[in-house]
Design a protein around this ligand. Structure first.
Ligand SMILES: O=C(O)[C@H](O)COP(=O)(O)O
Ligand SMILES: [Mn+2]
Ligand SMILES: [Mn+2]
Length: 521
């Protein structure tokens, strides 16, 4: 992963910039939908964004589904959004690659998976499947679990334990019971598999570094240490208050013993296709399991410290904006709060942790794990100040900043807090545009996927519930010209793949050789 610096500029020097250069603002979760009661963006007072999105420099671009390299009809997400913004082309995302390997039969023929199943079958040992149980398609999909259960049964594995992680963030809260029921049905259809533990994603998928949350999740899955329940759905009755915070619960047998603790000779397969939130748990589990000799695999490649063998590998994302800026010797400063720091560095660079000589990373850190519902402004003033500081430097060609509020607060599902987040974001955009005018820079604003424009959604039972997940809506794309340098009408019908070519054009450079996107100017 990328190196982090404090609120001051990171190390590094060199690399002049032709002209004053520009500022790219990724407004995370900034989707477009008609005004309406569930659209927090249209409900909020956002005079600056309203004016900017009504200019000739504004259009809508696609940020979901096949336009960015996701399965058709799939909502966008921050990882693929920032990867495609950086790559200048759609990238087959891990969820699409897994789906393709299921459809072609390649996953069922995977040598590592078949060898592992054969060993478990011969030795009477268990396979443990750990993953987010929903069809949110941001981190995982229960359809992938269905295929893995089918393969395990076909390969003769007789003991398969499912360690279910409940969602409530990528799908509506209050739907965990329906998904648990769906998982049990999938196991019954496959003829193998039982739920052994149920843990909320707040514990199991923490990525803030709160290792106590990770520890209690891992102990429930590995050792059967947690609140004992007779049936998986009983875990939802606990005090957690939401699907996200279902306390680590363990299904127990007649004598109160955990039914599916991990034993010597077992194997674990993580079924999330996205790494950033499960890697903390995976690393902890790998270090906790010994002296038990347990094989650990993952469905897709993870950015863990431990070497975990993936069943499906990643697409190449090199040759993007970071490589082109380096090739032209153009210095960039990347700025974001912790929640989105990896996105404007590691993911924008194509999941490449190398910090280039012409790159500086600024992480704006928050104290503790803040309650975003109560504090929707987050650390915006410090992000804006860091942007102004970088924009004031003549050696900086490009400032890239992520304004996280609309998405991070949107994920709480609290429409009122998200309206406030949108208002604060509008103020921040006005401040950045003023900085740009003072420093003679252009500004490019773009969403990475939708979220706040849809804050309610009917659940599986048809009942409208608060919805904090992402959408398939297009996102606004706006170029604010540098003072005295008009840009004219931007082209309609674009996608996130056109952002990097547009940035390079604004910097007076051609698109990268492997970029299929084209400048929208
Ligand atoms: O991980 C999360 O916070 C959400 O599940 C996905 O949000 P992101 O794709 O915007 O990070
Ligand atoms: Mn995002
Ligand atoms: Mn999000």
């Amino acid at each position: 992963m990328s190196t982090a610096t404090g609120d001051t500029e990171g190390a590094g020097g060199g690399g002049g910039a032709g002209g004053a250069g520009g500022i790219v603002l990724v407004l995370d979760g900034w989707g477009h939908a008609p005004p309406g009661p569930g659209n927090a963006l249209s409900l909020a007072s956002t005079p600056t964004l309203d004016a900017l999105t009504s200019t000739a420099g504004a259009t809508l671009v696609q940020a979901s589904g096949e336009a960015v390299g996701l399965p058709a009809g799939t909502v966008g997400n921050s990882e693929i959004g920032h990867m495609v913004i950086g790559a200048g082309r759609p990238l087959p995302y891990d969820s699409l690659l897994v789906q393709q390997e299921i459809e072609t039969g390649a996953l069922a023929a995977n040598a590592v998976l078949r060898r592992t199943c054969a060993r478990l079958s011969a030795g009477g040992r268990a396979l443990h499947l750990i993953g987010l149980c929903s069809d949110g398609q941001i981190h995982a999909h229960v359809d992938h679990l269905r295929e893995l259960l089918r393969i395990a049964a076909a390969e003769g594995v007789r003991a398969v334990w499912i360690h279910a992680i409940t969602d409530g963030r990528d799908v509506a809260d209050g739907t965990a019971a329906a998904y648990l029921e769906r998982v049990e049905k999938l196991a019954a259809e496959a003829g193998v598999g039982r739920v052994a533990s149920v843990v909320g994603r707040g514990y199991a998928l923490d990525k803030s570094g709160d290792l106590e949350l990770t520890r209690v999740a891992a102990l429930a899955m590995a050792d059967g240490a947690g609140t004992g329940v007779a049936h998986p759905r009983d875990a939802l009755e606990g005090p957690g208050g939401s699907d996200v915070w279902v306390r680590p619960s363990v299904v127990t047998g007649a004598a109160g013993e955990p039914v599916g603790a991990m034993g010597d000779g077992d194997a674990v397969l993580f079924t999330n296709f996205r790494s950033d939130r499960i890697q903390q748990l995976a690393d902890h589990l790998v270090s906790h399991l010994p002296p038990r000799d347990v094989t650990v695999l993952s469905l897709a490649r993870y950015d863990t410290r431990a070497a975990i063998t993936p069943l499906v590998d990643r697409a190449d994302a090199s040759g993007g904006l970071a490589d082109e800026l380096e090739r032209h010797g153009l210095r960039s400063v990347r700025i974001a709060e912790s929640e989105k720091f990896e996105h404007v560095t590691y993911y924008l660079n194509g999941r490449d942790a190398r910090v280039r000589e012409v790159e500086e990373h600024v992480r704006i850190t928050a104290d503790g794990s803040p309650d975003h519902r109560a504090a929707p402004r987050m650390n915006l003033p410090r992000v804006v100040a860091a942007v102004a500081k970088a924009a004031g430097r003549a050696d900086v060609a490009l400032v890239v900043a992520n304004l996280a509020n609309i998405d991070v607060v949107g994920h709480t599902g609290d429409a009122e807090a998200t309206v406030a987040a949108a208002r604060y974001t509008d103020e921040a955009v006005e401040a950045v545009c003023a900085t740009a005018r003072r420093s003679g820079r252009w500004v490019l604003l773009v969403g990475d996927h939708g979220n706040a424009e849809q804050m309610s959604k009917p659940g599986a039972d048809g009942v409208a519930r608060p919805y904090g997940g992402h959408t398939v809506n297009p996102v606004p794309f706006v170029v604010v010209p540098a003072p005295g340098r008009p840009v004219g009408q931007v082209r309609a019908g674009g996608t996130l793949a056109d952002v990097a070519p547009t940035v390079l054009a604004l910097l007076g450079r051609p698109p990268g050789a492997v970029m299929t996107g084209r400048a929208l100017l």
